[in-house]
Design a binder for this molecule. Sequence first.
Ligand code: ZN
Ligand code: ZN
Length: 394
Amino acid sequence: MSSTVCFHGDVVLPDRILDQGFVVCEKGRITQVSRRAPKGVHAIEGSYITPGYIDLHVHGGEGADYMDGTRDAVRIANRAHLKRGTTTIFPTTTTGSTDELDRMLTACAEVRANWSVEAGARIAGVHYYGPYFAPDKVGCHSVAGCRDPQADEYNRFFGMGLIRIATCAAELPGAEEFYRVARGHGCLVTCGHSNATWAEMARAYAAGMRHVDHFWCAMSSVSSLRERYGTPMQASMEQFVLAHREMSTEVIADGCHLSPELLDFAWRMKGADRLCLVTDANRAVGMPPGRYRFGPSETGSWFESDGRVGFVPNQGLASSVVGLDTMVRTMKSATGASLPEVIRMASLTPARRAGIARSTGSLEAGKRADVLVLNAALEIDRVFVGGSEAPAGS
Ligand SMILES: [Zn+2]
Ligand SMILES: [Zn+2]
C-alpha cells in the first residue's frame, strides 16, 4: 500500500465525466484527479474509473447471511459483495432473537476491528433493520422474530457503537422513542416493513426519521391503508416520501422487483441525491438456484432462488440475489439518469445519507482510495479498497 496507484479512463465524478482522466492514489488515499498523467507511474486502464459502491441494505451472499452470526459468515458475504463492486458495506440484521442479533453485531464488530482487503468490503457500520417490523408487513422474514421496539434491547445494541442505520415501522408502540435514540446515536433513521399512515409518518419525521427502506416493497400504499381504515382513503408512506424533499429512499434495481417505469419514476421524483441503490441481497447471491434460509441459518424462514431473484412461492419476492454492479447496469438502462447520477446513487448519495461522505463515496483528493475499474458495459474489472486490490477471484 506504500506505492502509488494510478487509474486512467473516463473518470466518473459526482456531477460529470472527466474524459480520459487520471486518478492518483498514495498510501491508500486519493491525492489527485486530473487530466495530467503523473510521471513515471504505470496507469491501470479502464473504460470507466468510478468510486467504490456503498450498500446500505444487504443481508448476505455466497451462502452466508450476516444473521448466521459468525465471523466467517460476515467475511464470506463481504467478499461476495466486494467482487461485485461494493467497497463499503452495512451488514443488515433481520428478525430474530436478542441472542441472534447479539451474535451478528459481535461478529461484525470483530471483523471490522481486524479488517484487511482479504476480509472483503469494509464495514462502515451495521444497519439495525429487523426485528421491529409491523406484523402485517413482515414480508419474507420470520414472523416469530418480529416484535415492538424494546428499549432495553436496542439501548444495549446502540451502546456497542456499531449501528449507523436504524429501521423501525412507524406505527409500532415505542417507535418514536426508538427514532429519537437512534438519531441521538447519529444514525440514518428509517421506516420500513410498515403500514404507516401519513400522520404516523409525520410523527416519525418529527422524531428524526428521514429514509424509507426499499421503496414500494413491504410498505404502505393508499390501497393497503384502505383495507386498514376504510374511507376516506389515506395518504401513505409513498405520498409522504414523494412530498418531503428531505426524505430519502432506496430501490432494489435488479429488474425483478420493480419495472423500468417505476425505477425511472423514483429517480425523477426523488433525484439522485435522495435515491440510493441497494441490493437487499440475501445469501443466494452467487449460489445455484435452490432453497435457502433468510436470516439465521437455524431459524430463518425459507425462500427459493431461481438465480435471478429470491421468492416465496405463492407469496411474493424475497429480496435480490445479485450485487450492486447489476443494480447500476439496470438503473442505467431503465432510467433517464446520466452515468454520473447512476453511480452517485450507488456511492456518494448513500455515503452522505449514512454520514460517511468525508472519507469515501466519490473520487476526490483526500478520500480513501475506494476505486472501481469498469469495462464499457459497466462490468467490474478490478476493485480497490483503500488502495489495496481485492484478491483475484476472492
Ligand atoms: Zn425488507
Ligand atoms: Zn432487507
